[in-house]
Design a protein around this ligand. Structure first.
Ligand code: MLT
Length: 240
């Protein structure tokens, strides 16, 4: 588990990397693909997004994203998963840039398998991992501008906890992996109160100041979407 994109090693790559940005980028990605979008293409930079999306048919393109939690001016959508209704997104490509989540995906885009995970699609992610059993697996929390985030670490813990249960791993087998032990402990502490955890988290508080109460409630739902966003080419995720 790496707590921010900044902490991922630059000189090595895992068999499988999973980006986690519960509030809200990876929740939005799972939701938009579940609602019938053709793909999500992620960008760290607004200008690059504008340039690439310019070449896409206008009726099949949605420019989406936020800076500081608020919608980028002139875009079609912000980063609220609740805006991703089938009526709005069916058959479209979402061109998405966010403060941290899309950066986490860009930093692992060279791994052979790249997935996006949140609480809403935790079970779908774990099912894939149980089937494929990648030898090396990174869970990359998006954090906030380089710092630790409570909700991303707890979600990484939720994935690790469920995966280890499916694989019948004992606690002893985790010895030495402090980050996984810590993330599982965090998840165990909050698992029945995920929304409360968001209210304590710094980015949760930022979103509450922006009146995103309903987004927080939705992002706290667990295992509700049977959808696995998987990278098919660098920076482009589709439904598996
Ligand atoms: C991010 O990428 O930092 C987040 O998804 C921000 C947000 O809540 O929109």
């Amino acid at each position: 588990i790496y707590h921010t994109p900044e902490l991922t090693p630059k000189d090595t790559k895992p068999d499988c990397a999973i980006a986690v940005d519960v509030l809200r980028a990876t929740t939005t990605m799972a939701t938009v693909l579940n609602a019938g979008a053709e793909a999500v293409q992620v960008f760290s930079d607004i200008n690059q997004l504008m340039e690439v999306s310019e070449n896409w048919p206008i009726e099949k393109r949605l420019r989406a994203g936020e800076r500081g939690g608020s919608m980028v001016q002139g875009f079609d959508l912000g980063n609220s998963p609740l805006d991703c209704t089938p009526e709005r997104v069916q058959g479209c490509r979402l061109f998405l840039t966010t403060t941290n989540g899309t950066r986490a995906l860009k930093c692992v885009e060279n791994a052979p398998t790249v997935l996006a995970a949140a609480f809403v699609n935790r079970a779908a992610v774990v099912k894939y991992l149980v089937e494929k059993q990648p030898e090396t697996l990174w869970l990359v929390g998006s954090g906030w501008e380089g710092s630790f985030s409570l909700e991303d670490t707890a979600c990484a813990g939720a994935i690790a906890h469920s995966l280890l249960t499916h694989l019948n791993c004992s606690e002893a087998e985790l010895a030495g992996n402090d980050e996984v032990i810590g993330a599982i402990a965090l998840y165990s502490q909050w698992q029945d109160r995920l929304l409360d955890m968001f209210h304590h988290a710094s980015h949760g508080q930022r979103l509450l100041r922006l009146n995103c109460h309903e987004d927080l409630k939705y992002c706290a739902e667990i295992d509700i979407l049977d959808v696995l966003p998987i990278q098919k080419e660098a920076g482009v995720l589709v439904k598996n």
